[in-house]
Structure formats: C-alpha cells, structure tokens
Design a protein around this ligand. Structure first.
Ligand code: UT7
Length: 323
C-alpha cells in the first residue's frame, strides 16, 4: 500500500474583458491572419484595472473548492505558481489564503514562469507523499498583460491573463501505474538560456520591466524538449505514450502543441487545446486547460493525462497523472 495525490477538484477564472485579434491590429502592425497562422491565438482575456493576480487566483481557488465540495479550512497548503504576483512580497499565495478565508495551514509561491504549474504540482505532490500535507490547492495565475511592451508586435499579441486551480488529496493506492493520482514528475532547467525569454526589470533594477523573447529560438527548444520531458515522465510512471488519453500542454502556440503530439505519435484528438481562446497565460495555462477540458466533457475520471510546459529559464517539465 502506498499514497498518491489524487485530484478532487478543479476550477478556473478568466477576466471579463475578451480581447480579439482585431483589437491587436489597432495597437501594433499586425493582422488577425498572422496571429492565427503563426500561433493559433484568436482572442485572450485581460484583467481589469485594479484586478490583480491574487484576485484571479482566489476566484479560481473558490471554483475548485466548490468542485471538491470542501471548505477553505479543509485545505492544508496553497501553492501559487506565478511570475506576476501583485507585490514583490508577500506572496500571492498568502493573499489568496486570506481572500479564501483560510485561517490555518501555509501558503507560498513558486516561480518557474510558463513551467510554473508543473513545478508547483510536483512540489504539492512531494508535500503529500512526505506527509507534510493531506490536501493541497495548486493554482496557476497570471496577469501577463502587465508585462507587455505594447510597441513590440513579436510578443504583445501572444499573451493573456487568467487562473486555474486544482485540489489534490492523499489517498491510499496500490502503487501501480493503474492508480488514480500523480504517477510521475520530470523537472528540468538550464539557466544558460536566460537571454531567450526574460523580463528586463525587477526589484534590483527599480522597474517592473517588459517581457523579451527570441520567439524562434524558444520555439526550437520547445519542440525538442517537450516531447522528451513528457516521455521521461511516462517512463518514470512505467507507461508509454500509447496509454495516454489526454495531453494537456502549456498553451503557447498551436504549432508547438501539434509538433509535440506528433513527436509522441498521438493524434490531436487526444490533446486539450485552449490557446485559441486564452492566448499564452504562462503558469495559468495548464490548470485553465484542465478545467476547461473537464467542463467540455473531454477529461473523465480514470483518464491518463500528461501535462507538459516550457518557459523562461529555460525551465521545463511534465507531470503524469490519472484523473
Ligand atoms: O510560453 C513560453 C514559451 N513561449 C513560446 O513557446 C513561444 C515560442 N515561439 C513562438 O510561438 C513563435 O516563434 C512566434 C509565434 C513568437 C513567432 O512565430 P514565427 O513563425 O517563429 O515567426 P518569426 O518570429 O520568424 O517572424 C516571421 C515574420 C518576421 O518578419 P520577417 O523578418 O520575416 O520579415 C516578423 O517580423 O513575422 C513578423 N512578425 C509579425 N508580423 C505580423 C513578428 N510578429 C508579428 C506580428 N504580426 N505580431
């Protein structure tokens, strides 16, 4: 008998304002055709003035609590994956803790940019397997619209705001690949690639900064590394790609998503795709896609899911779980 961290609730929140590509045409020299052809993005959501990452995160967290049918105080820990916390400190997670009315347990942020949710989920799994927590809420939440350089058409058309949340719980399990819950994680980073994707500001520079990206180079790394990390996680779980019901990838670019599925020999029918509606929401994109995939009736109990992401760092990884 062993323990597994099993998903008991999922939810998401998207800001009210929907921004179609036509609106981007008014800001920079771009076209709806270019954005759709190169990225698959048709629209994205932007947070309202005065609406912050912790607000989106708390709404997603409340949705996940409702889905699980539990109260905030029945959760032992909150981990928020974000690169766009409201303030330098305290963490977005402690703000979410207060907004949810949770008066016990502990909360902290994880920062691995677009791979943040994968890293946070892996840490939540470790807390559960080590007995430090019984139930953990893992949130990916971002307001990347606040990091955009609105004169740079190569980046500002790609990103959006949103939040998604999962609640995982310790359950007894047989210790086989047929168990429900998190079956394996694979985490990687390589700091030599800092220049490919970064924000040119921060606390030490005294500015918030703007996102800078060598899109073509990141694309090249993504196609190469995502299938490799997904297959490595499957290997650790004792499974192969043929067993996968759903790839739930980081939603940055439809061409990266298609390229990864092809490398894994899986058809696009087995991929949850939300990039057309959300754009790239960084750490929020995977929990958003999990929640939307559940709502659409794609993801069902017992399905084998592989999630994978890559982002600034570079940092990349994958988690294999049975829903
Ligand atoms: O979430 C973190 C991970 N991030 C990613 O995974 C992003 C990875 N990269 C990408 O998704 C793609 O590289 C992009 C969508 C960013 C760009 O697609 P691409 O096919 O690599 O295009 P490109 O950068 O090679 O640009 C092609 C052309 C260039 O013009 P020239 O030099 O061929 O004349 C660009 O100047 O498209 C031009 N261009 C644009 N045109 C219209 C760049 N941005 C735009 C734009 N509208 N918004």
């Amino acid at each position: 008998m062993t323990k597994r961290a099993v998903v008991i609730g999922v939810g998401h929140y998207l800001p009210e304002r929907v921004v179609p590509n036509a609106e981007m045409e008014k800001i920079v020299d771009t076209t709806d055709e270019w954005i759709v052809a190169r990225s698959g993005i048709e629209r994205r959501h932007f947070a309202a003035e005065g609406e912050f990452t912790s607000d989106l995160a708390a709404k997603a967290g409340n949705a996940a609590l409702a889905d699980a049918g539990i109260a905030a105080d029945e959760v032992d820990a909150i981990i928020v994956a974000t690169s766009t916390a409201d303030l330098t400190f305290p963490s977005a997670a402690t703000m979410v803790q207060a907004k949810l009315g949770m008066t016990r347990g502990f909360a902290f942020d994880v920062q691995a940019v677009c791979a943040g949710f994968i890293f946070a989920l892996s840490q939540a799994n470790a807390l559960i397997l080590s007995g430090q927590a019984n139930r953990v809420m893992v949130i990916g939440a971002e307001t990347f619209s606040r990091l955009m350089d609105w004169t740079d058409r190569t980046t500002c058309v790609l990103f959006g705001d949103g939040a998604g949340a999962l609640i995982i719980e310790a359950r007894d399990a047989a210790g086989t690949p047929e168990d429900r819950g998190i079956l394996a994680c694979d985490l990687n980073s390589d700091g030599r690639h800092r220049e490919l994707l970064y924000v040119d500001g921060g606390v030490s520079t005294g500015t918030v900064g703007h996102l800078r990206m060598e899109g073509k180079e990141v694309f090249r790394h993504a196609v190469e590394k995502l299938a490799a990390t997904a297959n490595a996680a499957l290997d650790k779980a004792g499974l192969d790609a043929g067993a996968v019901d759903w790839i739930v990838p980081h939603q940055a670019n439809i061409r990266i998503i298609q390229g990864t599925a092809k490398k894994m020999n899986l058809p696009m029918d087995n991929v949850v795709v939300t990039v057309q509606d959300h754009g790239n929401t960084s750490a929020a994109s995977i929990p958003l896609a999990l929640s939307v995939g559940r709502q659409r009736g794609q993801i069902k109990e017992g399905d084998l899911i592989v999630t994978e992401a890559i982002g600034g760092g570079l940092a990349w990884g994958a988690v294999v779980l049975r829903w």
